[in-house]
Design a protein around this ligand. Structure first.
Ligand code: FAD
Length: 434
C-alpha cells in the first residue's frame, strides 16, 4: 500500500489536535506539511458538549456547531478550514502500530505514514465494567460516553425508551452531567456510586451536599456506598435490571456508566518514557524521544506551580498544551525559545441550571462559603483550599465571569489565609479583593 509522508503528524483528532491545528496555522505551516490522523469520522470538536447540549431535547448541539475552537470563544474550524490551509484530515483511520525509531505509523487498513515530527494526542478511553469482570456487563443498552458515536447511541436510546428508567453508574462529573441530561429528557434516573458523596476527587462533603440535594429535588434517586455487581437481561439481550452489592435490584432500561478514563498510551509502550500513567514530557511537551511530543490527556508534564509531575484530563489543558507544543516546535526550528508551560489547573462542569468552576489545587484544609442550601434561589457558594497558610484552590458555583476570574486569580496568587473563620465570613469578597 502507498506510503504517505508529512513533516508533522498528529495522532488523534480530538480537542488537542484541533487546537494544535489552529496554532500550526498561526505559525504559518505550509500546505501539505501537516496531517491529523483520527479514528473518529469527524473533524476535531469540543468533546465536553457530548455530555451536555448534545443530549438536550431543546437547544440541541450538533456538528458542525461545536467544532473546535468555539469552546474557548475562537473561530470554528470546519472541515473546509483544514482543506484551505492544506492540512490533511485523515479520518476514520486508526493507527494500530507505531515505530518511533523509524518514524513510521501503520493504520488498521495497512497504510503507512512517515513523519519528521510527531504529536501524540490520543486522549483517554473509558474504563469499562467488563474490565472489573462485572457479570452481564456486555448486555445491550449499557452505554459509555467518550466519542460522538457513543453520544449518538445514547440519543437513540433516549428516544426509544421514552419515560423509561435509567441507572447511572458513577458519581463523577460524567455521571452527574449525564443524569441531568437524562432527567431533562423525562427519563426516570437513579445514580449509584460507592463513595460517601459525589465527585469525591474534588468536592468536599459540603459542596457535594448541595448537588446531591439539588438532584434529589429534581427527582433523581441517589444510592451511595454500593456498586453494580451484575445485570439482568431479557430475551433480546437488553438490560432489564441492575444488581447492587448491597442486595438491592434496580429496574433499568438504560444503564450509563461513567467510572473514569485511562490515557491511550498502549501504542507507545516501551518506546517512550512514562510517568504516573502518562507519557512523560518536559514543559514544552517534548517526550523522551527526539521529535516526539505528547499533549492533552496523555501527557504527564511538570506542573510548575506545584513543582510536581502531573497528568490533567481536562479540556482547558488539552487546548493549552497543544498550543504550547506547536509554539515550541516552531520556536526551536527558528532557533528561538519560549517560556516553559506554567499551567493553573482549571476545571468546570454544567448541569441543569448549575455551573461551577474550580481553579488550583484541592489539597489541605477547606473553608465553605455562601449559601449551600439546595433550595436557595441564588445557588452561589464555594470553597477555598488552604495549605501551609496559603489559599491554593478555589471553587465557585454560579459565579459571574468577573467572580470566576477572581477565584482564578486567588489560585494563581495563593494569598495568605490569616484565619479560616474570616475566610468563611468574607467568602467571595476575599477573592474579589485580590
Ligand atoms: P480527546 O479529545 O479524547 O481526543 C483523542 C482523539 O484521539 C480522539 O479523536 C480519538 O478517537 C483519537 N485516537 C485515539 N487513539 C487513536 C489511534 N490509535 N489512532 C487514531 N486516532 C486515535 N473537561 C472539562 O474540563 N470540562 C468538561 O465539562 C468536560 N466534559 C467532558 C465530557 C465528556 C463526555 C468527555 C468524554 C470528556 C469531558 N472533558 C471535560 C474532558 C475533555 O474533553 C478531555 O480532557 C479532552 O477532550 C482531552 O483532549 P485530547 O485531545 O487529549 O483527547
Amino acid at each position: 500500500m502507498a506510503e504517505k509522508a508529512f513533516k508533522y503528524v498528529i495522532i488523534g483528532g480530538g480537542v488537542a489536535a484541533g487546537y494544535a491545528a489552529r496554532e500550526f496555522a498561526n505559525q504559518g505551516v505550509n500546505p501539505g506539511e501537516l496531517a491529523i490522523i483520527s479514528k473518529e469520522a469527524v473533524a476535531p470538536y469540543e468533546r465536553p458538549a457530548l455530555s451536555k447540549a448534545y443530549l438536550f431535547p431543546e437547544g440541541t448541539a450538533r456538528l458542525p456547531g461545536f467544532h473546535v475552537c468555539v469552546g474557548s470563544g475562537g473561530e470554528r474550524l470546519l472541515p473546509e478550514w483544514y482543506a484551505e490551509k492544506g492540512i490533511s484530515l485523515i479520518l476514520n483511520t486508526e493507527v494500530v502500530k507505531v515505530d518511533l525509531a523509524s518514524k513510521t505509523l501503520i493504520s488498521a487498513a495497512g497504510e503507512t505514514f512517515k513523519y519528521q515530527i510527531l504529536i501524540i494526542a490520543t486522549g483517554s478511553t473509558v474504563v469499562r465494567l467488563s474490565d472489573f469482570g462485572v457479570q452481564g456487563a456486555d448486555a445491550k443498552n449499557i452505554f459509555y460516553l467518550r466519542e460522538i458515536d457513543d453520544a449518538d447511541k445514547l440519543v437513540e436510546v433516549i428516544k426509544a425508551k421514552k419515560n423509561g428508567k435509567a441507572l447511572v453508574v458513577g458519581g463523577g462529573y460524567i455521571g452527574l452531567e449525564l443524569s441531568a441530561a437524562l432527567k431533562i429528557n423525562s427519563i426516570d434516573v437513579s445514580m449509584v456510586y460507592p463513595e460517601p458523596w459525589c465527585m469525591p476527587r474534588l468536592f468536599t462533603s459540603e459542596l457535594a451536599g448541595f448537588y446531591e440535594g439539588y438532584y434529589a429535588n429534581k427527582g433523581i434517586k441517589i444510592i451511595k456506598g454500593t456498586v453494580a455487581t451484575g445485570f439482568g437481561t431479557n430475551e433480546n439481550g437488553e438490560v432489564t435490571d441492575v444488581k447492587l452489592k448491597d442486595g438491592r435490584v434496580m429496574e433499568a432500561d438504560i444503564v450509563v456508566v461513567g467510572v473514569g478514563g485511562r490515557p491511550v498510551t498502549k501504542l507507545f509502550k516501551g518506546q517512550v518514557e512514562e510517568e504516573k500513567g502518562g507519557i512523560k514530557t518536559d514543559g514544552f511537551f517534548k517526550t523522551s524521544v527526539p521529535d516526539v511530543y505528547a499533549v492533552g490527556d496523555v501527557a504527564t508534564f511538570p506542573m510548575k506551580l506545584y513543582n510536581e509531575m502531573r497528568r490533567v484530563e481536562h479540556v482547558d489543558h488539552a487546548r493549552k498544551s497543544a498550543e504550547q507544543a506547536v509554539k515550541a516546535i516552531f520556536s526551536s526550528e527558528q532557533g528561538n525559545s519560549i517560556d516553559e508551560y506554567d499551567y493553573l489547573p482549571y476545571f468546570y462542569s454544567r448541569a441543569f441550571d448549575l455551573s461551577w468552576q474550580f481553579y488550583g489545587d484541592n489539597v489541605g484544609e477547606t473553608v465553605f462559603f455562601g449559601d449551600g442550601s439546595p433550595t436557595s434561589p441564588t445557588h452561589k457558594f464555594g470553597s477555598y483550599w488552604i495549605k501551609d497558610g496559603k489559599v491554593v484552590g478555589a471553587f465557585l458555583e454560579g459565579g459571574t465571569p468577573e467572580e470566576n476570574k477572581a477565584i482564578a486569580k486567588v489560585a494563581r496568587v495563593q494569598p495568605p489565609a490569616h484565619s479560616l473563620d474570616q475566610l468563611a465570613t468574607e467568602g467571595l469578597t476575599f477573592a474579589c479583593k485580590i
